[in-house]
Design a protein around this ligand. Structure first.
Ligand SMILES: Nc1nc2c(c(=O)[nH]1)N[C@H]1C(S)=C(S)[C@@H](COP(=O)(O)O)O[C@H]1N2
Ligand SMILES: [Mo]
Length: 358
């Protein structure tokens, strides 16, 4: 399909415009769109009237380093965390969401209206507060969506509101500061990695708020944004012992080698990812046994909210080798060595592994 087929219906033409604009799987997006449209009639008569495409993705260092996480996590490998017993299957043609509570103009939007709004692509790593140091409950995606600030502007929050409590169709809720709706590229996401959001990750619409853990922000199967006050209402996890505010902690992880791996003295890589959404990663250092901290090579920074891959070349020496990693974020903060639990607001500490070299 090209963007030179003016005779097609307007929505097909819209899809073509996206293909022309997006360097990241526009064809897939178009395909996914057709699927959505055929399963949910009346949907997406129009597509984003303005589409701010992110820059094409750079070459991915993971193609040359076995075991290193890809720059963008494939959808099928993306972690899933939610309280849903069954994944909600929502019909986009009957779905709508509201923006209500402490607002001057309560607003309702259906899928078609959202799809007709200006959209941006946001490269953002999202992570779960329950991710232990070195864990896999984190992923990086290129999200497509409507700016949360655009939607808030329609509803006009009252000045007394300090929390956006987002509600899911399945009763889950997550609250975060109103300020985060305006001071970063928070979006109501409809797309992920060039495809229409799938059911598992929140179709038809989910929130992505860079820099906040999922439990306070990333509501899937979105139904309502309630403007309110932190001292009056709380999201699902807050009364269950988790912190009211959940900024993502600066973290780094060793992907290769693996904890306990048996290795030879053949030259190899130590490699992984580091993330500090909204702050960016400035430096990653690796320590082997009690040696000096070595600066790692850093992969491309596609946004300050996306993780950065890192690696060093390494020739293992015989025996047990202990390897640690620590990252420094864009504010100059270096990860603390202090190991803390995931609760109430996310784990800290250096990811450390031991490998056996024969
Ligand atoms: N509706 C709903 N949305 C939710 C949750 C949930 O339980 N229900 N869990 C949140 C949590 S804790 C995380 S970490 C992210 C994970 O998003 P993902 O499953 O797309 O990776 O979703 C968030 N959104
Ligand atoms: Mo989470």
């Amino acid at each position: 399909m090209s963007d030179t087929e003016p005779t097609r219906r307007s929505f097909i033409f819209g899809v073509s415009a996206i293909i022309a604009a997006s360097a990241t799987g526009g064809a897939l997006l178009a395909k996914a769109h057709k699927k959505v449209v055929s399963t949910a009639s009346q949907v997406a008569q129009k597509l984003p009237s303005v589409f701010k495409s992110a820059a094409p993705l750079p070459a991915d260092p993971a193609t040359n380093i076995t075991g290193l996480s890809p720059l963008v996590t494939p959808i099928e490998d993306f972690f899933r965390i939610d309280t849903a017993v069954e994944i909600p299957q929502i019909d986009a043609s009957t779905w709508s969401m509201s923006i209500e509570g402490m607002v001057d103009s309560p607003t309702t939007l259906n899928y078609e209206q959202i799809m007709a709004m200006p959209m941006i692509e946001v490269d953002c790593t999202i992570g779960c507060v329950s991710n232990s140091v070195g864990g896999s409950l984190v992923g990086n995606a290129r999200w497509l969506g409507v700016k949360l600030s655009d939607v808030l502007d329609m509803a006009k929050p009252k000045s007394g509101a300090d929390q956006i409590l987002s509600w899911s169709t399945d009763g889950f809720s997550a609250g975060f500061p109103v300020a985060a709706g305006f001071d970063r590229d928070a979006i109501l996401a409809v797309g992920m990695n060039g495809e229409i959001l799938n059911a598992k990750h929140g179709f038809p619409v989910r929130l992505v708020v860079p820099g906040l853990y999922g439990y306070v922000s990333a509501t899937k199967w979105l139904q309502k944004l309630e403007l309110c006050r932190f001292d009056q209402k709380q999201g699902f996890w807050i009364s269950r012992g988790w912190s009211q505010l959940g900024p993502v902690k600066t973290e780094s992880r060793i992907d290769v080698p693996k904890q306990g791996q048996s290795m030879t003295t053949e030259p190899t890589h130590i490699a992984g990812v580091a993330w500090a959404p909204t702050k960016g990663i400035r430096k990653v250092e690796v320590q082997i046994d009690n040696g000096a901290w070595q600066s790692a090579h850093l992969g491309p920074e596609i946004s300050n909210s996306s993780w950065r891959q890192w690696w060093i070349e390494w020739t293992p020496t015989s025996g047990k080798n202990r390897i640690s990693v620590r990252a420094t974020d864009g504010t100059g903060y270096t990860q603390t060595e202090k190991l803390t639990a995931i609760d109430p607001d996310g784990a800290t500490g250096w990811h450390t592994i031991v490998v056996n070299v024969a």
